[in-house]
Each structure stands twice: as structure tokens, then as C-alpha cells.
Design a protein around this ligand. Structure first.
Ligand SMILES: [Zn+2]
Length: 406
């Protein structure tokens, strides 16, 4: 199955196998766990075009039901991967970016929810869509809005924007000299390997009046994602995220479930909080659906791979010239299961940080290039943005019969 991967391996590409390290549960520090999900062929491509391969092994904590990667990548590899990746790159007008703002707005619905001089910090600003939307909707000032983003490439893209200040940093690099009125972690916590430590830092940036807005994927709202149905290093559900925040000195004021996320606002808690969760019972009852899903997910994976193989056959048989739209991790999966080197003309991607660079051994261009190119088929090699991409291809006047969706 994986034997075809060498075809796009060029000397300029680094294709690395990463070593993994054992660890304790990052939320309750228990060492007891049972097996949960395993992907022996997990791979990622970073913003520089380097490909990393490792085993993505998820276990479930026997104490707090946390589903987390164990063994994990370790501090050094994690830092390297995050500073050279573009994670959460929901581009500005995407459906995903709209959803994220809609969730936020459900807690702060009115245009005058924030005073003019409200200080805001977003941890993990990604493409900056959320902060931009916040600045515009609530009519706030750039000087009061800060964002940090560990990805170097995303930072470079954001540094001259008119809506917020941005620094290329990890959370642990912030100096706690300033208190913020509102701190935002929008789909960030699931990527954080040491949530207790991070929340301690976040708490130090808050006063007793400050609010913390969190959005995190809900493990019970899994998607049939062939690459990895759980996808994150830590996968929370309602009770263990509550437990995490309560044991980290926070009080959750309001929790909502939108789409596949858990969304909530929390404040600092100074007194002791009582919590009482029946994790054993949750595992027996609530987690049953997830366990059933894992079984189905393997069948789904087989189905997708056989679809890739059919597409591969058809393209070779008719000697079609193809373009791939999406030059990131899903493209990596597609290339790993096909052998279309001779048929691929180039890639296009909405992410400007890839433009005119080589990825997988092919040039990546702006989607505008499609208008002036001759090709037979365009394959959408992105999952998260496939609907947006399809729309944008059709808007360029390309007939639907030329589009292949995976
Ligand atoms: Zn635990």
C-alpha cells in the first residue's frame, strides 16, 4: 500500500520518521490507559515541504477518559512541527472561519458587548480570521488586540495586517506583564500537549474579571475522516474538559455544543471547586458510540483507498493531464496511494505561503492559474475545504465534469 510513496521523494525533501516518547495522562497524570486507536502510517507535510512520518497511537486514560497520543512526539519534535506548520489555516472567507466566528458570537451576540478599550489576546491566531472578524463586528481598536501564532509562515502573512498585533510565539514565551480582559483559544487546546501547564500560564494573564473563550473539538462528534478520525494529540469530551478547567483554577460559566465543538466561557476561580464525574460510567455508556465508530472507520478507510485506486487507473488508462487543488496533508495521502507522477501538471492552493514553491516535487500556484491552463481533470485534494474549493473552481468557469472530489 505504501510502496508507491517514493515517486515524489526528491533530494530537496526531507522525509523523516520521527521517534516517539511514552508519557502520563496530560490531564490527570495517571499512568493507566487502554488502547484506543492506532494509525501506523501517519504523515504530515509542513510549510517548507518537509514530510514527517510517525505512528499516531491514541490511548484512553483509565482515570479521566482522556483520549491522547501515547507515545507522543516529545517536546523537541512538537516544537519543530508546530513552528514549521500551518495548523488551523481556515482561510478568511471559508465556511469553517464563518462557523468559528458564529460560535464566538453566540456568547457575545451584541455589537456593544465589549468596551472600546477591551484588551484581547488570541492564542494561536492561525490565519487571523477570528480576530479580524472580532475587530470589525465589535468595532474595536487594533492597538488593543493581540495575537500569538507559533507558525513562522502564518506569522509572516499576518504581520502587516490592520486589525490586530501579532507575534511569532508559543504560549510559554509570553511575559505575564499584562492582564487581558478576554483571552481566546479557538480550536487550539486539542493541539496543546501539556494543557495543565498552559492553563496555568493563561490564568496568569487574566484578572478576576477576565474571561476566557474556548472552542475545542468534541470527540463524540467524530467525522468519517480517512486520514485520522480523531486527528488531534488530545481529544476531549464534555466531562474531562470540565475536569481539566476545574482542576486548573477556572470556573466554566456557560458551555454550549455547536457543530462538532465544545464551546465555553470560563473565569478564574479563587475558591475550591467540587467536581464529581462518573468517568467509569461514561466510558461504559457514552463511549460506546465512539468504539462502534472506530470499527466502521476502518471499513471507510478501505473504501476511500479503493476509490483512489480507481481514479488512479482511470487517469493512467486515458493518459489524462491533471491538476491537484490542495497541497497539504490530504494530498499527501492521495499521493501515497496512487502513482500519477507523469499525469500531474502542478498543484494549486489557496494558501499563498505555498505559491511558487515546490511541494511533493511539484510547483504550487495560485488557483488563478487554472483559468489559463489546459488540463483534463482537477482533483480536490483537501477535505476540510472541499466545498469551498469546488465553489471557487466553478466560479472560474471550469465545467463541473472536470472536477474530481475525493
Ligand atoms: Zn487522565
Amino acid at each position: 500500500m505504501r510502496g508507491k510513496r517514493n515517486f515524489y521523494k526528491k533530494k530537496s525533501l526531507i522525509d523523516k520518521n520521527l521517534k516517539l516518547e511514552k508519557r502520563l495522562c496530560p490531564v490527570c497524570f495517571s499512568k493507566k490507559y487502554s488502547k484506543f486507536y492506532k494509525n501506523n502510517n501517519y504523515s504530515k507535510i509542513n510549510t517548507n515541504g518537509s514530510i514527517y512520518r510517525y505512528k499516531h497511537i491514541l490511548v484512553i486514560c483509565k482515570n479521566c477518559n482522556l483520549v491522547y497520543s501515547n507515545p507522543w512526539l516529545g517536546h523537541k519534535n512538537t516544537k519543530k512541527l508546530y513552528s514549521s506548520s500551518a495548523i488551523g489555516s481556515a482561510f478568511e472567507q471559508s465556511e469553517k472561519a464563518k462557523k468559528h466566528f458564529k460560535c464566538f458570537k453566540s456568547f457575545f451576540p451584541k455589537k456593544n458587548c465589549f468596551k472600546k478599550n477591551t484588551n484581547i489576546l488570541e492564542i494561536g491566531a492561525a490565519t487571523g480570521s477570528l480576530l479580524k472578524n472580532i475587530n470589525i463586528f465589535y468595532n474595536l481598536k487594533k492597538k488593543n488586540i493581540d495575537g500569538i501564532e507559533p507558525s513562522r509562515k502564518l506569522f509572516e502573512k499576518l504581520k502587516n495586517n490592520n486589525f490586530f498585533n501579532i507575534e511569532n510565539k508559543f504560549l510559554n514565551q509570553i511575559q505575564p506583564s499584562k492582564k487581558y480582559d478576554l483571552i481566546i483559544m479557538d480550536n487550539v487546546l486539542e493541539h496543546i500537549e501539556e494543557p495543565k501547564k498552559s492553563l496555568k500560564k493563561v490564568r496568569s494573564l487574566m484578572s478576576n474579571k477576565s474571561k476566557l473563550y474556548i472552542a475545542v473539538p468534541n470527540i463524540f462528534k467524530y467525522k468519517n475522516n480517512f486520514r485520522d478520525p480523531f486527528g488531534h494529540t488530545i481529544n476531549y469530551y464534555e466531562n474531562n474538559i470540565k475536569y481539566l478547567f476545574q482542576t486548573s483554577g477556572f470556573k466554566i460559566i456557560k458551555l454550549k455544543k455547536h457543530y462538532n465543538y465544545l464551546n465555553f466561557v470560563a473565569k478564574r476561580e479563587t475558591g475550591l471547586i467540587k467536581y464529581n464525574y462518573d468517568f467509569k460510567n461514561d466510558l461504559k455508556i457514552k463511549f460506546q458510540v465512539v468504539k462502534n465508530f472506530i470499527k466502521k472507520s476502518n471499513d471507510y478507510k478501505k473504501k476511500i483507498i479503493s476509490k483512489f485506486n480507481k481514479i488512479d487507473k482511470k487517469i493512467k488508462l486515458n493518459n489524462l493531464k491533471i491538476i491537484l487543488f490542495g497541497a497539504s496533508n490530504f494530498a499527501l495521502e492521495f499521493l501515497d496511494h496512487t502513482n500519477l507522477k507523469k499525469n500531474i501538471l502542478f498543484f494549486v492552493d489557496n494558501n499563498i505561503i505555498y505559491h511558487n514553491k515546490k511541494r511533493f516535487g511539484f510547483k504550487v500556484f495560485s488557483p488563478k492559474k487554472l483559468k489559463t491552463s489546459n488540463f483534463d481533470k482537477i482533483i480536490i485534494t483537501s477535505r476540510a475545504f472541499s466545498k469551498d474549493i469546488r465553489k471557487s473552481i466553478l466560479n472560474l468557469g471550469i465545467p463541473p465534469k472536470k472536477i474530481i472530489e475525493l
